[in-house]
Design a protein around this ligand. Structure first.
Ligand code: SF4
Length: 470
């Protein structure tokens, strides 16, 4: 982080005449316009905090919906639909389409954490907190716990997971940094996923390093601790526009959605590749699919049969509290200890196994085409479109279940799913082709591209089975 970015008083923003200069592109002017709208943006953020709080907190204090309740007349069902059916898939889509604007303009956790940091202790960020693996582990923990507690179905679990995360964000903000989003940069469970998906965004804040170095320093604040001078990736940028026009070097600009990954001069970080393979494509896919998987049912049945045959009944008890395992007898939805153990077993080793299998393709491709900047991490990142498609397919499974519960006929859905999956595979393979092509060694390039067909084919087969076979 540059010293310049540490300063946190009101910035000298570019003047409105500069913002409207005809030489500037529309996008550039939009970035500058947004920078001038801090008050309006803060008002929007407060409105989101209120709406989010109502959506997360209130439904948990209402009784479980009756069997004839609907999305439009029951607060719990309505909140579930808005939150998990529309909001979350929407956040993923906007991250792919516009970068991390959710983080920069709307996320209540980031906003509250920054606010707490403004008035908090302002301690320096300790070394243990700077470990780059925290977001991945937080993602694994919240994903697994969310499945064990049925976070998509029950408002109590949603309050615990999301409310707990918000409280943690405020505490971290209160303790560390000044006017910063230390939580978002180092700990947020969704930050790793957003960092990967934002690589595809066709909009980004572009930095002209030469212009930056030639102009006099001006104070400004980048809350998520991005080193703006060296920024070449949209992964960590919250697209908040607070650096737009900074030193006449930062502009909101268009780019090809594939530029960042294909440009071999930009770093392909291990943490991003790992999050994509083992988190977004590995664990998340298994977590989305376990409820429809015959493999999971077989694993559970065989284990239960073995336990009964050998007289071990303790794991078949269903006395776990609701905050540990799903426990809603009124809705006939109760997990036994065995259910919990099986979900844990299926998700964590299952996600790791899938991630490991997906890694084979990028690893082979990197071995086949040894070239500068073409490491396994970059090959893995060519699967980002597939990761985006996969996460949207998974999240919208909840949307579809909720709409079917209202007896809506979604006859178009299989076609839309097949199209999205095909687009994810197609764009990933096209990026792998472009990378392979850039090397000039025809035979090895062809073999490397074929290696990348392995992970794409595996994901297509898994989603194909989940939607059209199981
Ligand atoms: S780099 Fe600029 S736009 Fe991105 S988060 Fe920092 S201040 Fe905001």
């Amino acid at each position: 982080m540059s010293n310049e970015a540490i300063l946190h008083f009101h910035p000298r923003v570019p003047t409105s005449s500069a913002a409207t200069s005809p030489a500037r592109s529309r996008l550039e002017r939009l970035g500058l316009f947004l920078r001038h709208q801090r008050k309006s943006i803060i008002a929007i953020q407060w409105a989101v905090v209120l709406f989010y709080s109502a959506l997360v907190v209130l439904p948990a204090f209402f009784p479980l919906p009756a069997s004839d309740a609907h999305l439009w007349n029951n607060l719990r069902l309505c909140a579930q639909f808005i939150f998990w059916g529309i909001w979350w898939p929407g956040v993923m889509l906007t991250t792919v389409a516009l970068g991390r604007v959710w983080c920069g303009y709307f996320c209540p956790e980031g906003f509250l954490s920054e606010l707490a940091s403004r008035h908090g202790r302002g301690k320096p960020v300790p070394a243990w907190l700077k470990w780059s693996g925290w977001p991945f582990f937080a993602f694994v923990a919240t994903t697994v716990y969310g499945q064990l507690s049925s976070v998509y179905e029950y408002s109590e679990a949603a309050l615990l997971v999301l409310g707990g995360s918000t409280v943690a964000a405020v505490i971290i903000g209160f303790l560390y940094g000044r006017d910063k989003r230390v939580w978002c940069h180092y700990l947020c469970p969704a930050s790793g996923v957003f960092a990967v998906l934002a690589k595809l965004a066709p909009l980004h804040y572009k930095v002209d390093r030469e212009a930056w170095d030639q102009t006099r320093p001006e104070p400004f604040n980048c809350p998520p601790l991005v080193d703006v001078r060296r920024m070449v990736s949209a992964s960590d940028c919250h697209a908040c526009s607070r650096c737009a026009g900074q030193r006449d070097a930062v502009t909101l600009a268009p780019r090809s959605p594939f530029d960042e990954i294909l440009d071999r001069s930009t770093p392909a970080r291990t943490v991003d590749a790992f999050t994509l393979l083992f988190g977004v494509l590995g664990l998340a896919t298994v977590a989305f699919q376990w409820t429809v998987s015959p493999w999971f049912r077989a694993l559970k049945m065989n284990t239960a049969t073995w336990l009964v045959d050998h007289g071990h009944y303790a794991l078949l008890a269903d006395n776990a509290p609701w905050w540990l395992l799903t426990h809603y007898p009124e809705a006939n939805d109760v997990f036994t200890w065995l259910d919990g153990l099986m979900v844990l077993t299926y998700l964590v080793p299952g996600g790791a196994l899938l991630g490991g299998l997906l890694l084979i393709g990028p690893y082979l491709a990197a071995r086949l085409l040894r070239a500068p900047g073409l490491n396994w991490q970059r090959w893995a990142l060519t699967l980002t479109p597939l990761g985006a498609a996969s996460v949207i397919l998974g999240l919208t499974m909840t949307t579809a279940t909720q709409l079917r519960g209202e007896h809506l006929l979604l006859t178009w859905l299989p076609y839309a799913r097949a199209l999205l999956l095909a687009a994810g595979c197609g764009f990933s393979l096209w990026m792998a082709f472009r990378l392979a092509q850039s090397c000039g060694k025809k035979l090895q390039a062809c073999a490397a591209w074929l290696a990348m067909c392995l992970p794409a084919g595996l994901m297509a087969a898994l989603w194909g089975m989940a939607f059209f076979v199981w």
